[in-house]
Design a binder for this molecule. Sequence first.
Ligand SMILES: NC(=O)c1ccc[n+]([C@@H]2O[C@H](COP(=O)([O-])OP(=O)(O)OC[C@H]3O[C@@H](n4cnc5c(N)ncnc54)[C@H](O)[C@@H]3O)[C@@H](O)[C@H]2O)c1
Ligand SMILES: [Zn+2]
Length: 379
Amino acid sequence: MQRFQVSVPAQPSKCEIVIGRGILSAAGREIRRRLGPRAQRLALISNKKVFKLYGAPVVESLEAGRFQVSHWLMGDGERYKSLKTAETALQFFSEHGIERTDAVVSLGGGVTGDLAGFAASIYLRGVAFVQIPTTLVAQIDASIGGKVGVNLSSGKNRAGAFHQPGIVIADLETLNSLPARELTAGWCECIKQGATAGRKLFQQTTAYLSNTTGKQVAITSQLENLIAAHAAFKASIVSSDMREDPERNDPRSRRILNFGHTVGHALEELTDYRRFRHGEAVGWGMLVAGELSKNLGLLDQSELESLQAGIRLCGQLPAARDIGTDAILSAVRRDKKSARGQVQWVLLERIGKPRIVSGEEIDVTSLKTSIRDALKQRN
Ligand SMILES: NC(=O)c1ccc[n+]([C@@H]2O[C@H](COP(=O)([O-])OP(=O)(O)OC[C@H]3O[C@@H](n4cnc5c(N)ncnc54)[C@H](O)[C@@H]3O)[C@@H](O)[C@H]2O)c1
Ligand SMILES: [Zn+2]
């Protein structure tokens, strides 16, 4: 089991992260230790699928930690990450007598975590929050950093808050039941973190992936070290730039985590969020950003090839070559991550060395060639 803390600037408390194999049964004890003796009730938010798989051992463990537990199951899928679902969650907290000293627990992937965290951040102006992430994306990324929120009809994650979980309990055994595509999406986000963190994390990720059969995840100590290294990287970025300061452009700003996301978001939007899992779209987005970095003379061919090989190890991505370059460019320009009207591209100087480049410094021809060349590749 690995355990570490994230300091959260401007908040007295720290967020604790516990990662291990078979640790769901320790959840009650861990949360009791973290919340102290005053907390009585826990409102557990999950969905039907995840609760059926892991609800019973979690509830049993929480009750053994002397909590009164009530659970509410939200719908499964991005479309349920909405204000309407949040309102239902808030009603549920009220009806079950959740008080200021109690807490909300999320059991599930990033959708459940973002929704439950958002509801926890506004209920009684904020109650304690606990994350028990059960997807790869949630364990290495979404559960860490305190960004919580919901989608609006105008776009994803448009309403939200910063609300740090007191504790994150990630049990790697839960990844055993994760569908192959969810794993691929998660591995793509791991490659993203490796490509922006440093060569060591990148190589640690590709070394693990080279030894796995692809569709199945091997729950080994190597995996435990890898997930812990990813969580620690995300935590380190967040502690130095919690609110994603728009003035920051340095290689340790939170913005670098958007590597691959500029084109990734465009691909998701252009296919109505139906064709790609988010991480899969980010896989294509990284291929474009890599190609663009090379075409602008920032990145060597051999480094681009390492990136491409790393993305291939994540698994098959749904085809993207039929999506028009001009449509992608228009969608990119509409993306909310632009600053003062300019798209901020996260590019690479080498594996592990990101560089933020403003859209005005990039000629349209390079951009179009990079998109075309990247998307026509066989993955
Ligand atoms: N807050 C952040 O910093 C942050 C970062 C990255 C992503 N996100 C958000 O996270 C969401 C994506 O999260 P996700 O990829 O975890 O998707 P998800 O929560 O939709 O989960 C994917 C699917 O896997 C199922 N599932 C979950 N755990 C399972 C398990 N152990 N076994 C079998 N099935 C399981 C879910 O029910 C769902 O159908 C997006 O809404 C994204 O915006 C937030
Ligand atoms: Zn992402």
